[in-house]
Design a protein around this ligand. Structure first.
Ligand code: SAM
Ligand code: SF4
Length: 493
């Protein structure tokens, strides 16, 4: 009904994929109230900034955006309209009162665990006009997942699904345990039901999300027996490896990924899944943060650099071609030149397909922020540049090994210039091709012609498949079985 869709909702998402997922779920919650998503803030009836607090820069961006939106809100009011301006996510959780004090144009502040209450919060906001903003940054006893409606926003060929939230690890640099709260895993049956709906809505690939996703320990579905598979942890509780096998049974679902993982939680079953479940893609984001044991200890990471090397060895023993990615922090308090050299050594030993690296950013309330030996900004910048040069060279080298290969690519969206489409290889590389838009949402065979620092370019191949170099062979074989229309004919590996 047209009047039900009359209100425009604009959500700006900062930070991680969990925030992207949360934003789609906020849209789902607001749909019954008549809010329909729009991709422009102009004229919106409600604007939500779904924020990230992980580094200082991320939260400062929010305050400057709020300054810009104040003008837009005033213009809407001058036209006789009303805009609700809301701040959600981890900045909201950490700085709720401060936001309402510094930015009185904000009507509503709510945290990552309370967005299922949006209908009530919106109605309180409308009633509270002029009497200060509404704040809800509780950690409710009830799980929001039990109250969220079924998804109404179509995510497309590649979809996110949140399976785990919060974190109990308390790395000394990190705000997540404070902003997202204690670790919580959703029951496996609920996850499978959501995955099925995503597939029915066109998803071919699902990325399972969690702040510490491989710490997943969810309730097993009742009545499911899998005598050949050991159950992780205690009876009735499944680990991530078992959950991946369960989801891999869903017909029409071609690819599974998960992020972000902690090295300590790479258990045997999860490692085994990388070797024998073709739907689990040969790519893993496994942050190590530093290569120096004394820094890892000061970070409270609870593993050494050699523990990490051993985990990678085990992964490569079951999946030799697996592409690895990591996060790094440079300039953690007390980091000396020789510690940084250890990080470079680890990067050289491992050989990453891609990675993210950041300067350490002190976060209020975290233990590392109180360490006296903070590293100078100029030293952090130098180290970051050195590390990024090394990681960039590794990424380019990895991408260059793809040239001449035929890779299965899930085409996800239109590229910047028509008729270009973009998608992902099994190894998470961005791939651009010129192709008919009707191929969107399909896994197609692409011959890679060019490699760049952050992407690949290729052409869609019909009717031939020349095989992959030995290193990529097993994943290629597994992955090619998912190309639309069945195996591609020709000189197969
Ligand atoms: N759970 C993941 C793990 O254990 O590695 C990390 C999730 S965290 C949301 C994403 C990344 O942000 C971290 O891996 C870390 O590299 C970076 N990060 C977190 N806190 C930071 C800080 N205070 N300064 C700089 N980078 C930080
Ligand atoms: Fe933060 Fe990840 Fe450490 Fe948890 S495991 S505290 S999310 S860095």
């Amino acid at each position: 009904m047209w009047w039900k869709l009359a209100k425009k909702l604009f959500i700006k998402t900062y930070g991680c994929q969990m925030n992207v997922y949360d934003s789609t779920r906020m849209s789902d919650v607001l749909a019954p109230l008549g809010y329909a998503p729009t991709d422009q803030p102009d004229g919106a009836d409600m604007i939500i900034l779904n924020t990230c607090h992980i580094r200082e820069k991320a939260s400062e961006k929010v305050f400057s955006e709020l300054g810009r939106l104040k003008q837009m809100k005033l213009e809407k009011a001058a036209d006789g309209g009303r805009m609700i301006l809301a701040v959600a996510g981890c900045v909201a959780q950490a700085e709720g009162d401060e936001i309402l004090r510094r930015a009185p144009q904000v009507d509503l502040v709510f945290g990552p665990q309370t967005y299922h209450r949006l209908p009530e919060l919106v109605s309180r906001t409308l009633r509270a006009e002029g009497s200060g903003g509404v704040l809800d940054i509780d950690f409710p006893l009830e799980s929001k997942f039990d109250s969220l409606p079924e998804e109404s926003v179509i995510q497309g060929a590649s979809a996110f699904l949140s399976i785990q939230e919060g974190c109990d690890k308390f790395c000394t640099f990190c705000v997540v345990p404070y902003t997202r709260g204690a670790e919580f895993s959703r029951p496996a049956a609920d996850i499978r039901a959501e995955a099925r709906r995503l597939v029915a809505g066109g998803a071919r690939e699902i990325t399972l999300l969690g702040q510490n996703v491989n710490a997943y320990h969810g309730e097993a579905p009742s009545g499911v027996h899998a005598p050949t598979l050991p159950a992780a942890g205690s009876k009735g509780v499944w680990g991530l490896g078992r959950l991946l096998r369960y989801l891999a049974e869903i017909e029409g679902l071609e690819r599974l990924r998960y992020t972000t993982s902690h090295p300590r939680d790479m258990d045997d079953e999860l490692i085994a899944v990388h070797g024998d479940e073709p739907k689990v893609m040969p790519y893993l984001h496994l942050p190590v943060q530093s290569g120096a044991d004394r820094i890892l200890e000061s970070m409270n990471r609870r593993h050494t650099a050699d523990d990490y090397r051993r985990i990678v060895d085990r992964l490569r023993s079951v999946s030799p071609d697996i592409a690895l990615s990591s996060d790094f922090i440079v300039g953690f308090p007390g980091e000396r030149d020789e510690d940084f050299a250890e990080t470079l050594r680890l990067v050289t030993d491992i050989g990453y397909a891609q990675a993210y690296s950041f300067k350490y950013s002190p976060r209020p309330g975290t233990p590392a922020a109180a360490i006296e030996l903070q590293v100078e900004e100029a030293v952090k910048s130098d180290r970051l540049e050195t590390l990024q040069n090394l990681l960039g060279a590794q990424q380019l080298a990895f991408n260059q090994t793809s040239v001449g290969q035929i890779l299965p690519v899930l085409l996800e969206k239109a590229g910047r210039h028509a008729p270009q489409l973009s998608g992902r290889s099994p190894f998470m590389q961005s791939v651009f091709v010129e192709a008919n838009p009707r191929l969107l949402g399909e896994v197609v065979a692409v011959r890679i012609g060019k490699a760049y620092a952050r992407s690949l370019e290729g052409t869609v191949v019909t009717g031939s498949y020349s095989g992959l170099p030995a290193a990529a062979e097993s994943a290629g074989k597994r992955a090619m079985s998912q190309v639309s229309g069945g195996p591609v004919m020709g000189t197969a590996v």
